[in-house]
Design a protein around this ligand. Structure first.
Ligand SMILES: Nc1ncnc2c1ncn2[C@@H]1O[C@H](COP(=O)(O)OP(=O)(O)OP(=O)(O)O)[C@@H](O)[C@H]1O
Ligand SMILES: [Mg+2]
Length: 465
């Protein structure tokens, strides 16, 4: 956010405020310089000798100012980060009475930023007067030379005064120029930051021969799928374990496939792979026989509706949030899915109905209400493949039954993948896949798996006995 706001602002002020004046400065400088050579070449050479000193000073200060600003930017980003984190997690901080700890942490970053800014400003403040000093030294030299020429009648006092006035005109642009150089160091840091972002390219892009998502008739096929989450920026010790490895199963068309397994066994990861949020390490996912890599990304995601385990709500009205599933939906269609998701009573009861603002991340709603709205949103999308990741986890038994009914209606004609920890919700699935440590360990229907008395039976008995 710092890069997109204050870094861009920095660049903007360099370009808009300083560039125009710089063009004027350069033109003035060149003409005056030529003119003083015409007037008196000896004195012009004397003044020109001071220029390399200014350049030297610039070279010395350039890196110092640049580095100080870079450090200041970094600490500013940390400060913003910290602020955003504390504001969005204010309840957590209060419940764990960590106010003081967070205050101190923010204080550390703020202090660091203060110090970096002071260092940058000190360098800037030293740089300009030093340049001025060399400038005035130049004036002094001219005065000395001029006095000599006047005494020897090679120059009139009037000419000397005029010459000094021209030197003054030369110094104005130099001063403006050093100010721009000062600002330039700051802006170069920002420029680097902005360019870093501009250089980012999405890893997942459409192949040239990509085709739209097919109208499915057979279903989705996972073939020997393996995937490990990419390493984070921090150097890690040891290798990261694969999130899923050698997973193969079919999600038959028009049927409900359930995915169960211990926490961390790779269920959500599989949904992300099916939505092509990550590239596979090995194996393939086929939609009616078409490899996922050859399907247009946008078309793929348009045809998959996911109710994810982490519920995402936008700051806006209930209508905005549901319509996010399909931007052209009418209010009638929105009410229809709200009805199906069993949240119509709640919305009807609100004085502003669909226009009710739900707050940042939906803070004004209960967990179950958010979940039902996210189901409504997915229903509205009317996609070929429906993925429900713990979609009924924060609902009470009663509303779960109602929604279950609605979802069953929805899923009847659709291909669906349902993830649930509460095994009661997936009794009726056409097929149950049991995962453990990123691998498929068992598959079958509820009755078959119970009879087999394997991992599924163990999970099931743990819940019901
Ligand atoms: N974004 C990520 N980056 C790195 N590792 C991840 C990421 N998301 C998940 N993992 C790891 O991948 C493994 C599988 O996670 P996954 O979310 O698929 O589990 P899950 O079966 O959905 O669990 P749960 O039932 O608790 O939701 C876990 O070991 C987890 O730590
Ligand atoms: Mg999960």
């Amino acid at each position: 956010m710092v890069r997109l706001t204050s870094d861009i602002n920095n660049l903007q002020s360099l370009i808009s405020a300083n560039m125009l004046s710089m063009i004027g400065s350069i033109i003035t400088f060149i003409f005056v310089w030529i003119y003083i050579f015409i007037l008196n070449w000896q004195m012009a050479i004397a003044i020109t000798i001071t220029f390399p000193f200014m350049f030297l000073i610039y070279r010395i200060f350039r890196n110092r100012i640049h580095n100080a600003f870079r450090a200041a930017r970094a600490s500013q980003a940390q400060m913003s980060n910290q602020m955003q984190n504390t504001l969005t997690q204010i309840d957590l901080i209060k419940s764990y009475t960590n106010e003081e700890f967070e205050e101190q942490r923010f204080g550390t970053f703020a202090n660091q930023n203060k110090q970096d800014m002071i260092r940058a400003t000190q360098n800037q403040a030293l740089f300009s007067p030093l340049i001025d000093f060399v400038n005035y030294l130049g004036t002094a030299i001219i005065l000395a030379f001029g006095a000599y020429f006047v005494i020897h009648h090679q120059l009139t006092v009037g000419q000397l005064v005029a010459y000094l006035a021209y030197i003054g005109m030369l110094q104005g642009p130099i001063r403006a120029f050093t100010q721009i150089l000062n600002q330039l160091q700051q802006s170069l840091v920002s420029y680097g930051h902005v360019m870093d972002i501009m250089a980012l390219r999405p890893i997942i892009v459409d192949q040239p021969n990509a085709v739209p998502f097919p109208a499915m008739t057979t279903g989705v096929q996972l073939k020997d799928v393996s995937f490990t989450y990419p390493e984070s920026d921090q150097p890690s010790t040891g290798t990261i374990p694969a999130a899923v490895s050698h997973v193969s199963f079919n999600i038959p068309f028009g049927k409900t496939t359930a995915l169960v397994g211990h926490s961390g066994s790779g269920k959500t990861t599989l949904t992300k792979l099916i939505d092509h949020l990550y590239n596979l390490d090995a194996g393939d996912i086929l939609f009616d026989g078409r490899p996922i890599s050859q399907i247009q990304l946008q078309s793929l995601r348009e045809n998959i509706a996911i109710v994810s385990q982490d519920i995402y709500m936008l700051d806006g009205s209930i209508r905005d949030n549901v319509r996010y599933g399909r931007s052209k939906a009418t209010d009638d269609e929105i009410w229809q899915v709200i009805e199906m998701a069993d949240i119509a009573d709640f919305v009807h009861g609100l004085p502003q109905g669909l226009d009710t603002q739900i707050g940042e991340r939906g803070v004004k709603l209960s967990g179950g209400q958010k979940q039902r709205l996210s189901i409504a949103r997915a229903l509205l999308k009317n996609a070929q493949l429906v993925i429900l990741d713990e979609a009924t986890a924060s609902l009470d038994n009663e509303s779960e039954k109602t929604i279950q009914h609605a979802l069953e209606n929805l899923m009847q004609s659709r291909t669906s993948l349902v993830i649930a920890h509460r095994l009661s919700t997936i009794h009726n699935a056409d097929q149950i896949i049991v995962m453990d440590h990123g691998q498929v360990v068992e598959r079958g229907t509820h009755t078959e798996l119970l009879a087999a008395n394997g991992p599924y039976a163990k999970l099931y008995n743990a819940q019901f006995n």
